[in-house]
Design a protein around this ligand. Structure first.
Ligand code: LLP
Length: 432
């Protein structure tokens, strides 16, 4: 049988990660060279891919008053944050830790919005002190606590209420957030009441409204539906004399993992802006909170094949990356393409494998039933690994977290060194 030397099909999502002469390249750097130099598992990101994803949003929103607040939970590595801040982005944060990351890269606090259902008093105080742009409040109880914290600090907190529009984003249940059964936001039919309450509190200043319906959304229909429902509310709230300076439509746009066809950011926003214009809100200040669609397709994780283990029911390809490095398959049964880093030197028999890591759980898999021509010692690249991989990595099984590199043209810069076991053990004590 002739073995395909390497995948001839185009790789998902970005032209900046592609094969050249049998070598998988990130921009002008061969991943094999990086794996040799830095070891594996190794995350590698393309700066051009990130900036080109951002420019699709910037094109779509050109001429409007719009702020792109990158949802850093997708990938909060400081170098990526700095890149996006320098390109004009603000940030959507969900913890005090993320606030410190945003400040560490010199973001203006005014460009920060703080989302999340469980903000602590301490996090609120600190965000007030530094003067963030907006708290995206998710419950009546949070409104009251934030009011109290602000009054105690002698400040007024700028707020938006996250409205749950009860729209089905048609995505994985764990990452669908805009349905009545989800923990997020205040129900659409309670929102007017919540705004009245917020407007009556001395420590709060209403500045906007927000929603976020889910993640990895691949159609525009749910966005249009959510937009209509939010705009209905804006009219009702403003009819009561409560002005909303901005409307925040959240994030959620999907990426191509394996033949997914989400609209491009500029196509989506052309459609959404047309709807906003029709409804008379086209000049309103807009905020959006994209995460995955800015970084997801811009990164790969390189891993080494440790062992091939043929079995009676399954063949296993055991690699050195695991669910602690790439938790998405174990958590959401997510699909990531896996491709060889370099063209196999000799014809190998392709086999159907489950690609699994060294963690001691049957749930530790990266791919199931994949046809691969792989040999022990080969490097494989897990594609579309720029979002929700490194930021969700853990030390499970006392595995140190991977290193990260950012490629620009023919330069690769180390943006996070590989963790050592000393790093991992540093916060613990053995008592006696
Ligand atoms: N804004 C809010 C309030 C959010 O909750 C999220 C994501 C975003 C923005 C950014 O959404 P994106 O543009 O990245 O879809 N770990 C999961 C995804 C969780 C998303 C949580 N919220 C995964 O790996 O698929």
């Amino acid at each position: 049988m002739t073995v395909p030397a390497f995948s001839a099909a185009p790789l998902p999502g970005t032209p900046f990660i592609a094969y050249r002469h049998g070598q998988l390249m990130v921009e002008d750097v061969a991943l094999a060279d990086l794996a040799r130099q830095h070891g594996t598992p190794l995350f590698v990101y393309s700066q051009a891919a990130i900036l080109s994803a951002l420019s699709a949003y910037q094109r779509g929103l050109a001429g409007r008053q719009a702020l792109i607040c990158y949802a850093m939970k997708a990938n909060s590595s400081l170098a990526l944050l700095k890149l996006l801040a320098d390109a004009g982005c603000g940030f959507d944060i969900v913890s005090g830790g993320e606030l410190d990351r945003a400040l560490a890269v010199g973001t203006s606090p005014k460009k920060i919005v703080f989302s999340g259902v469980g903000k602590t008093r301490h996090e609120m105080q600190r965000a007030l002190q530094v003067g963030i742009g907006c708290f995206n409040v998710e419950s009546m109880a949070e409104l009251d606590v934030l009011n109290q914290v602000a009054v105690d600090c002698g400040q007024t907190a700028p707020i938006s209420i996250r409205v749950n529009p009860n729209v089905d984003a048609k995505t994985h249940p764990y990452i669908s957030t805009g349905l009545t059964g989800n923990k997020f936001g205040i129900a659409h039919h309670h929102a007017l009441h919540a705004y009245r309450h917020a407007a009556s509190l001395p420590g709060l200043r209403v500045v906007g409204i927000d929603c976020h319906i889910g993640s990895q959304i691949t159609e525009s229909a749910p966005y249009l539906e959510a937009m209509d429902r939010v705009l209905d509310l804006v009219s009702a709230i403003e009819a009561e004399g409560i002005a909303l300076a901005h409307i925040d439509f959240g994030g959620g746009l999907g990426i191509d993992y394996d033949g997914d066809t989400p609209p491009t950011a500029d196509a989506l926003w052309t459609q959404l802006l047309a709807r906003l214009d029709t409804r008379g809100f086209g000049q309103r200040q807009l905020l959006i909170e994209p995460g995955r669609s800015l970084v997801g397709n811009a990164g790969v994780c390189v891993t080494e094949v440790l062992y091939l283990k043929p079995g009676e029911q399954k063949n296993f390809c055991i690699v050195d990356a695991a669910m602690n490095d790439l938790p998405r398959p174990a958590l959401y049964q997510a699909f990531h393409r896996i491709e060889p880093v370099q063209q196999p030197a000799s014809a190998l028999e392709p086999m159907v494998y489950d690609v699994v890591g060294p963690v001691c759980e049957s749930g530790d898999w990266l791919a199931r039933d994949r046809t691969l021509a792989a040999a022990q010692g080969d490097w494989l690249a897990v594609l579309s690994a720029g979002a929700y991989c490194m930021s969700m990595a853990s030390n499970y099984n006392t595995r140190a977290r991977a290193a990260e590199l950012l490629v620009t043209g023919d330069q690769a810069r180390l943006i996070r060194r590989r963790e050592t076991i000393d790093d991992v053990l540093r916060t613990e004590s053995a008592l006696g």
